[in-house]
Design a protein around this ligand. Structure first.
Ligand SMILES: [Zn+2]
Length: 316
């Protein structure tokens, strides 16, 4: 008896790599391994770790009698429509033959992590009931992608995902000068930890701890969390004004943390949405949570397999 169709998903983050075997019909994670990324060891070393994980999972798939349709890799970088990695913010894989290396295991695809996660939300998660949604991920980094008909819009160069890494300039009424802000450097997880440390000298506090302190009523933590949420909410509202999505789906560790950050982010997003018709749109939390990136990477691999004529599962 042959089992169902599976794909390997590898979600490469700044601190850890999560790799798993995903059942395509259900999106269920059948097996998962986690290792530290250690990007400081260099692109080749990170690639070797990922290949080891993929090799182990391919053996597991074989032992389980499943049909391995492909292997997909999600990276926290810009990826061109042709699958070339074009930035080196976290891991330098610009001149490394990533897809080719995995191609020895199964048909392989590489995608930007936010688009991989959005693919998963579209097929199995919060985006499955709508044709069109804006997916925003907030964690170590902040980025977004517009999904239409189950597919993320890549843009001409694959760069249509930068929500918060570019500079924003506002004229300041109080001093008559210009205030330049980078939302990611103010509202992301590392930014919350750093801003709290700057105010208190507690450089050991993680963003999770600062969020917990804010919930417990610590005034400094609360000020940091509320301002971070208000600023990113403004950026989301701005994106909604331009794209007019049916709904917004928010993922990432910080984006799905709930509490003060969530409440102020959503309130601020609505405050920045100009049209009254749009302002009440649904803003949903990711249903797949921390596994969205891994499941999405597996879908990227499955899609690569389909392009090679492997697999039998229907495209949604
Ligand atoms: Zn000023």
């Amino acid at each position: 008896m042959s089992g169902g169709e599976v794909a390997i998903g590898i979600d490469v983050g700044g601190t850890k790599i999560a790799a798993g075997l995903v059942e395509i019909t259900s999106g269920r994670v059948l097996s998962m391994h986690r290792v530290p990324t250690e990007p400081e060891m260099g692109g080749e070393a990170v690639l070797r770790k990922c290949l080891d994980l993929a090799g182990r999972l391919a053996e597991e798939a074989l032992a389980a009698g499943t049909c391995l349709a492909g292997v997909g890799v999600g990276v926290p970088e810009l990826v061109s429509p042709e699958g070339s990695i074009t930035s080196n913010q976290t891991i330098d894989w610009r001149d490394v033959p990533v897809a080719e290396s995995f191609g020895r295991i199964a048909p392989a695809g590489v995608e930007s992590d936010v688009r991989a996660a959005a693919l998963a939300e579209a097929r199995y998660g919060s985006g499955r009931k709508c044709y069109n949604f804006l997916y925003v991920t907030i964690g170590t980094g902040i980025s977004c992608t517009l999904v239409q008909g189950g597919l993320p819009y890549r843009g001409a160069r694959g760069n249509a995902l930068v929500l918060a890494s570019g500079k924003l300039t506002c004229w300041c009424e109080r001093c008559g000068g210009f205030a330049v802000t980078v939302v990611e450097e103010f509202s992301s997880g590392p930014a919350i930890a750093r801003r709290y440390a700057d105010l208190t000298g507690d450089s050991a506090a993680t963003s999770e701890k600062v969020l917990a302190l804010a919930e417990a009523g610590n005034a400094t933590a609360r000020a940091v969390v509320v301002s971070a949420a208000e600023l990113v909410g403004g950026a989301i509202g701005f994106a909604v004004n331009i794209l007019d999505p049916e709904v917004v789906v928010i993922g990432g560790g910080l984006g799905t943390a709930g509490g003060t950050y969530w409440e102020h982010m959503v309130r601020s997003a609505r405050e920045h949405i100009w049209s009254e018709q749009t302002r009440g749109l649904e803003i949903l939390r990711s249903e797949l949570g921390e596994h969205a990136g891994l499941i999405g990477a597996a879908l990227v691999g499955w899609r690569a397999g389909r392009a090679h004529g492997v697999g039998h599962e229907e495209e949604r």
